[in-house]
Write a protein that binds this ligand. Structure first.
Ligand code: ADP
Ligand code: MG
Length: 676
C-alpha cells in the first residue's frame, strides 16, 4: 500500500524516518509525491559549445592522477586533468578530498560543474555515475540529515517496489480528452524526466489531477448543500419587503436589485443557501444584507450578522438601526465586551425569539448562545472566520441560509478554490454620483506638503484618516509608532482641529467613543493602525493618508482607500512610501492608476500570492503539491468544469469508468458520504 510508512522501504530506519518526517515525508506516497523544485541540465556537452560560467556536464578521460592539496582548517583542493576529444583541461573539486578514489587514470568520467572559459578549467560540483539516466537531475528541497542523492535513491527504490501499486485515478474519458499522461508514468517523469517536454506533460497531468480531485470534493459538497433535504423555506412577506426597500434613503442600483433578487429567490427555496456576495468597497453590500435580514424577519425567522471586529459590529448595528423601524425589528449587539448581565439578557431574549436581528463578533457562536428560530446568517468580511466557526453558527439553528460578504473582491481563480461550493452574486456597479477617489503616491520627504494640503481640506469642513502600519513583530512598537505620529500631528493641527488616536491596545469602550466622536465630527483627524480597515463609514472624511503604504497588500490599501469617497465631496488617498525595489514601486503605481478592486486583487494574487489577498495566512485554501492557482489558472477552470459536469451525471458513482476515481476519493476522505 502506498499509505504504508516510509520505514517499509529497506534502508530507512527510525533515524532516517525522522529526518524524512521533518521534510513532511511519512508514507511511501508522500515520498513519491515529493517533487523536485528544479532540474539541473546534465546533458553531456562538447567543450566547443560551452559558454563561460555555464553549468554543464562534461565527459572525457582522466589524463593525470588526482592530487589533493590541503590548506587551512578542513580545506582542500582536488585537482586532475581531463581530455575530451583532443582538448585537455583541468578540473578542481574543493573540500571533497574523498572523491579522489573515484578518479582513475585513463578511465572515462563525467563531471558536472561550472566552466571557466578564460582559464579553460572546470570547477567540479559532482561526479556523475557512469550510467546516467536522462539529461536532467532533479533538485529537491533537502535538509542536513537527508541529502539529494539519498532522496534520489529512495525515490527510485520506492518506484521499484511500490510503483505497481500506483493506480490510475482519472477516468479514461478525461485522459483521452485532454491527452493526459497516465498517473504512474507522470509521477515518475516528475522526478526523472528525459526531456523538458516530458516534464511539461507530466506536470500538466499532475496539476490537472490535483485540481480535479479537489473540485470533485467541493462540487460534491455544493450539490449536497443544494439538495432539498437541507435548508428551510423562508417564505417572506413580499409586500412588506417591497415597502421596506421603497422607504430606503436612496434608490438601489441595478446591481443591488439584481443580487437582492438572487438572494431572495434562494430564501424562498427549500435548498440551503450558500451564497457569496462580492462587491467592491463602497458598492453598498450592507443595505443588501439589511433587506435580506428584514425579509427573514417577516417570515418569522431570526437573523444574525457576524463581523470580525468590535468596531464593525457597532457600526453595522448603527446602520441597521437607521434602516429598521425599532418598533418593528428588535436588534441587539453581542460582542466579547458585552457585560455579563446584559449578555445574559440578550441570550434569553434570543432564546425566546424577542430579538429579531443580532449583530456580533465571534461571541455569537460561543457556547450558551441559542436562538429560537435562526433562519439567516450573514457574515461580513467573512474570510476572517474559519470554516469551523461558520459551521458552529449554522449548527445553532435549523440549517439557516448563509450569505457570505467579502470586503475584498476575490479573483476568480481564488473564488473557485476557496469558495467553490458557493453560488456567487456580484455587485458590479457603484451608487450614482460617487466621485472616484484620486490616489497620489508621495515620498516621505513630501509629507509636510501633503499635510498642509490636507489642512486646507479640513478648513473646508472635511475630515481625514491617517493610517500607520501594523508592525507585526511587536505590538508595543506598533502602538509606540502610532502614539508618536499622533503627537506630531497634534502639534501640526492644533489648535484648530482635534486629533484622535485608535490602536490595538485601546479598550473596546474607548474605541467606540473615539469612533463616535469621529462620526460626529468632534474629531477631525483620526490617527489609526489598521483597526479601522474594514467597513467603517464616515462620509464626511475625504482624505486618507497612509504612511509606509508599501508595507500593505494592494487589496488592503484599496480597502483603506474605500473609507473615503463615500459622500458627495471629492476625496483623495495619499500613499506615503519610499519603496526599496521595483516591485514596490510598481505596486504603488498600480494603486494610483486604478480604482478597480477586482483588478487590484488579481494583481495582488500575482505579485504576492493568495495569503496576501486575504490579508492573513489562514485563508482556508487547500495546499496543492504541484499546482499553482495563478500559474495554472487555465487548468483550474477546465478541472472545475469537468468536476461539475461529472456531478451532473446521474449516479456516476455506479459507473465502472469511475471506479478508480471513486475508490481514490473515498480513500482520501473516508468521512465524506457524498461519494457513497
Ligand atoms: P460596502 O459594500 O463597502 O460594504 P456600504 O454598504 O458600507 O459598502 O455602502 C457604502 C455607502 O454607500 C454607505 O454610506 C451606504 O449608505 C451608501 N449606499 C449604498 N447603496 C447606495 C445607493 N444605492 N445609493 C446611494 N448610496 C448608497
Ligand atoms: Mg461593508
Amino acid at each position: 500500500m502506498l499509505q504504508e510508512p516510509i520505514t517499509k522501504l529497506s534502508g530507512v530506519g527510525e533515524k532516517r524516518a525522522q529526518a524524512l518526517a521533518d521534510l513532511g515525508i511519512e508514507t511511501i506516497e508522500n515520498l513519491l509525491n515529493y517533487y523536485p523544485f528544479r532540474y539541473d541540465d546534465i546533458k553531456e556537452r562538447n567543450l566547443a559549445e560551452i559558454n563561460d560560467q555555464e553549468k554543464v556536464t562534461i565527459k572525457g578521460v582522466v589524463v593525470s592522477p588526482p592530487v589533493v592539496n590541503r590548506f587551512g582548517y578542513k580545506k582542500s583542493r582536488l585537482q586532475f586533468r581531463m581530455m575530451q576529444d583532443h582538448d585537455v583541461f583541468s578540473v578542481s573539486f574543493f573540500n571533497q578530498p574523498y572523491l579522489k578514489d573515484k578518479i582513475v587514470l585513463s578511465e572515462d568520467i563525467a563531471v558536472f560543474g561550472k566552466w571557466d572559459g578564460k582559464r579553460k578549467s572546470l570547477t567540479g560540483m559532482k561526479i556523475l555515475g557512469a550510467k546516467q539516466e536522462g539529461d536532467f537531475a532533479p533538485i529537491y528541497h533537502v535538509s542536513k540529515a537527508v541529502r539529494q542523492q539519498t532522496l534520489v535513491d529512495l525515490i527510485k527504490k520506492a518506484f521499484v517496489h511500490f510503483g505497481d501499486q500506483i493506480e490510475e485515478n482519472l477516468p479514461l474519458s478525461l485522459i483521452e480528452k485532454y491527452r493526459l499522461m497516465e498517473k504512474k508514468e507522470a509521477m515518475y517523469a516528475m522526478h526523472f524526466p528525459n526531456t523538458p517536454e516530458e516534464h511539461h506533460q507530466a506536470k500538466r497531468r499532475v496539476v490537472f489531477e490535483e485540481f480535479f480531485l479537489f473540485q470533485m470534493k467541493i462540487q460534491g459538497l455544493k450539490k449536497e448543500e443544494k439538495s432539498e433535504k437541507h435548508g428551510i423555506v423562508i417564505d417572506y412577506d413580499v409586500e412588506r419587503v417591497k415597502a421596506f426597500t421603497q422607504k430606503l434613503p436612496f434608490s438601489l442600483t441595478n446591481a443591488q436589485k439584481r443580487v437582492t433578487n438572487e438572494i431572495c429567490r434562494d430564501l424562498l427555496q427549500a435548498k440551503h443557501m450558500q451564497r457569496l456576495l462580492q462587491g467592491d468597497v463602497g458598492s453598498g453590500k450592507t443595505v443588501v444584507a439589511a433587506i435580506a435580514l428584514y425579509a427573514a424577519v417577516t417570515a418569522g425567522f431570526q437573523g444574525a450578522l457576524m463581523v470580525p471586529t468590535e468596531i464593525l459590529a457597532q457600526q453595522h448595528l448603527a446602520s441597521l438601526n437607521q434602516l429598521f423601524d425599532p418598533l418593528e425589528i428588535h436588534t441587539a449587539l453581542l460582542t466579547s465586551s458585552t457585560k455579563a448581565k446584559e449578555r445574559q439578557e440578550i441570550i434569553e431574549k434570543l432564546q425566546q425569539g424577542e430579538i429579531d436581528v443580532v449583530v456580533g463578533t465571534h461571541s455569537l457562536i460561543q457556547e450558551g448562545v441559542d436562538f429560537s428560530n435562526l433562519g439567516l446568517v450573514i457574515t461580513d468580511e467573512q474570510h476572517r472566520f474559519g470554516v469551523n466557526q461558520r459551521r458552529g453558527l449554522r449548527e445553532k439553528g435549523f440549517q439557516p441560509d448563509v450569505l457570505f460578504m467579502t470586503a475584498t473582491p476575490i479573483p476568480r481563480t481564488l473564488a473557485i478554490t476557496a469558495y467553490g461550493e458557493m453560488d456567487v452574486s456580484v455587485i458590479d456597479e457603484m451608487p450614482a454620483g460617487r466621485l472616484p477617489v484620486k490616489t497620489h503616491w508621495i515620498k516621505r520627504g513630501q509629507l509636510e506638503d501633503a499635510l498642509k494640503n490636507a489642512r486646507l481640506e479640513l478648513e473646508k469642513g472635511q475630515q481625514m484618516y491617517v493610517i500607520c502600519p501594523l508592525i507585526e513583530e511587536s505590538e508595543s512598537l506598533d502602538v509606540q509608532n502610532a502614539v508618536e505620529l499622533y503627537e506630531e500631528l497634534k502639534d501640526f493641527f492644533s489648535p484648530n482641529f482635534v486629533v484622535g488616536l485608535l490602536h490595538g491596545k485601546i479598550k473596546a469602550e474607548e474605541k467606540e467613543e473615539i469612533m463616535g466622536a469621529f462620526k460626529d465630527n468632534e474629531i477631525q483627524v483620526l490617527v489609526s493602525t489598521t483597526v479601522i480597515e474594514v467597513g467603517v463609514d464616515v462620509p464626511n472624511a475625504t482624505t486618507m493618508l497612509i504612511i509606509d503604504a508599501d508595507r500593505f497588500g494592494l487589496a488592503q490599501l484599496h480597502q483603506l482607500r474605500g473609507r473615503v469617497g463615500r459622500g458627495q465631496q471629492a476625496s483623495s488617498c495619499i500613499l506615503v512610501a519610499n519603496p526599496k525595489n521595483e516591485l514596490g514601486k510598481e505596486r504603488m503605481k498600480i494603486m494610483t492608476e486604478t480604482n478597480n478592486g477586482f483588478l487590484l486583487s488579481q494583481k495582488d494574487l500575482e505579485l504576492r500570492g493568495p495569503g496576501e489577498v486575504f490579508g492573513f495566512k489562514q485563508s482556508g485554501l487547500p495546499e496543492f503539491v504541484a499546482a499553482d492557482i495563478v500559474a495554472d489558472a487555465n487548468i483550474l477552470e477546465v478541472a472545475k468544469d469537468e468536476a461539475q459536469s461529472l456531478w451532473h451525471k446521474k449516479n456516476w458513482q455506479l459507473l465502472p469508468e469511475y471506479a478508480g476515481l471513486l475508490a481514490y476519493l473515498k480513500e482520501k476522505d473516508p468521512e465524506n458520504q457524498f461519494f457513497d
